[in-house]
Design a protein around this ligand. Structure first.
Ligand code: GLN
Length: 492
């Protein structure tokens, strides 16, 4: 078997059954990275020697577990004691973390093999990886186009089979949006489901770690491994972790799928509309009830998110002062110039923009008018979802308004870039889980077609707090009917 042409669960099983060794699998993925990472730039850094050593330990029986021998990648904002943790920022270009993120510790304890770290928008701020200080990742379906962001390197790595599973972070859509644009599965768990310890903070009340994979079953397995309360993260929840991998193929009884008109804008690409229609038909055929739900505060999502997230970011990023760690400007002459030069040289344009927006929203005189108001609207958005989930089990909606855009297409207008997050940010504000799946293809000329050609578009499912088990079963029903699991870009 070719270990790079399989799913994570299949590869795990093949390694366990000794049909392929962990060393063979690791070598195969490292070989693909050698061939394809140049043009795709999905990985910022790889750990070949360490990965092969761990693979040998799996093959020698020293490392066991539910992910034994499975090669994965992690987003470059997750701290590891080995290698660098750069957040795709000049600020942290040479940063070596003194500890490893809990999610990564858990994956490695489960036997996973970390191949390397993937490219993101600087400090996870962006929707295209164009804000990476070390160059963007490229979309494997069309390298003239963005892979989405901020976990764009992760999505590109999965889509191009440069790893069997990947871990990203999602503050306003950064797992689901790139998953949609690269045609893979991306799951943002409930806030508190996965420990954030060792995830470099962007907006602490919104950030959550989750998997990007080829299949729903793969996402369930990775979620299983990384979930649970962690004494090192006081916001991780003490809610018991069910078996997410069980009963994936038995859809919930009496299923009700919610459709919200606020997510069905005429501005959506025809392929996105078609994907939603097809998904509705799948659930109807399966005997589910399709119910209309109302999410009246949806339209305030972007403006609210772009106050709350920058406010928290401006506070979180205050620690990069050139004194303790990170970039220190060699040009500085006194303390103030040390701060200002280090920050001016270390942070890119978008990060500086967010710091300014956030600082403004938090400053005295504007705090009540902007930040406090945004928090109130955030509550209303959460209440919309609470009410909607009284009449449905999950909400079906687009992940993004359209397929992957071209490099440079939205870089002149921060607002145009922000608007790409219109269908993803509200899940973070409400704390609820969301999953994006491949929902069909669009041709670049704007027409949609079903022959598998063109650019992928996503469909998204949002569920109530801590209902990932049900959400995964609902998503699996769609995945099985849609049959896109084996769609892969052809790489030249
Ligand atoms: N694109 C959004 C932003 O720029 C979301 C980023 C994220 O989820 N990390 O803030």
């Amino acid at each position: 078997m070719d270990p790079t042409k399989t799913t994570l669960v299949e590869l795990r099983d093949a390694i366990a059954a000794k049909k392929v060794s962990a060393t063979e699998a690791t070598r195969a993925y490292l070989g693909r990275i050698d061939r394809h990472n140049g043009p795709l730039h999905a990985y910022h850094e790889t750990y070949a020697d360490r990965a092969l050593q761990r693979a040998a330990d799996v093959d020698g029986g020293k490392i066991t577990g539910p992910l034994a021998g499975v090669p994965i990648s992690i987003k470059d904002n997750l701290c590891t004691e080995y290698g660098h943790t750069t957040c795709s920022s000049k600020m942290l270009e040479n940063f070596q973390a003194p500890y490893t993120a809990t999610a990564v510790v858990k994956l490695e304890q489960a036997g996973a093999i970390v191949l390397g770290k993937t490219v993101l928008d600087e400090f996870a701020m962006g929707s295209s990886t164009e804000n990476s200080a070390f160059g963007p990742a490229r979309n494997p379906w069309d390298t003239q186009r963005v892979p989405g962001g901020s976990s764009g390197g992760a999505a590109a790595a999965i889509a191009a089979d440069l790893c069997a599973g990947s871990i990203g972070s999602d503050t306003g859509g950064s797992i689901r949006q790139p998953a949609a644009l690269c045609g893979v599965v991306g799951l943002k768990p409930t806030y508190g489901r996965v420990s954030r310890y060792g995830l470099v903070a962007f907006a602490s009340s919104l950030d959550q770690i989750g998997p990007l994979t080829h299949t729903v079953a793969d996402a369930a397995l990775m979620l299983q491994v990384i979930s649970g309360q962690d004494p090192k993260d006081s916001t991780s929840a003490g809610v018991p972790v069910p078996d997410y991998t069980e009963q994936l193929d038995s859809p919930p009884q009496g299923l009700r799928i919610g459709i919200a008109k606020q997510y069905l804008s005429d501005a959506n690409h025809p392929a996105v509309k078609r994907a939603i229609d097809q998904a509705v038909a799948v659930y109807r055929d399966a005997g589910a009830r399709i119910v209309d739900v109302d999410l009246p505060h949806t339209e305030y999502g972007i403006s609210t998110y772009y106050l709350v997230a920058p406010a928290e970011a401006s506070s979180n990023l205050a620690r990069y002062d050139g004194v303790r760690y990170g970039r220190r400007s060699p040009e500085s002459t006194d303390l103030i110039s040390l701060y200002s030069r280090s920050r001016a040289e270390g942070f890119g344009e978008e990060v500086q923009r967010r710091i300014m927006l956030g600082t403004y929203a938090l400053s005295s005189g504007y705090y009540d008018a902007y930040y406090v108001r945004a928090l109130k609207v955030r509550r209303l958005i959460k209440q919309d979802f609470d009410a909607a989930f009284e009449s449905c089990d999950a909400i079906l909606c687009p992940t993004t308004p359209g397929p992957a855009f071209r490099f440079g297409e939205k870089t002149d207008s921060p607002l145009a870039m922000y608007l790409n997050d219109v269908y993803t940010v509200n899940a973070n504000m409400a704390g609820i889980p969301g999953i994006s799946l491949l929902g069909g293809f669009a041709s670049p000329d704007g027409l949609s077609h079903t022959d598998g050609g063109g650019l992928p578009v996503g469909v998204q499912f949002l569920g109530p707090l801590f209902e990932e088990a049900k959400l995964l079963r609902i998503a699996r029903l769609y995945e099985a009917a849609a049959g896109y699991t084996h769609a892969r870009p052809s790489l030249t």
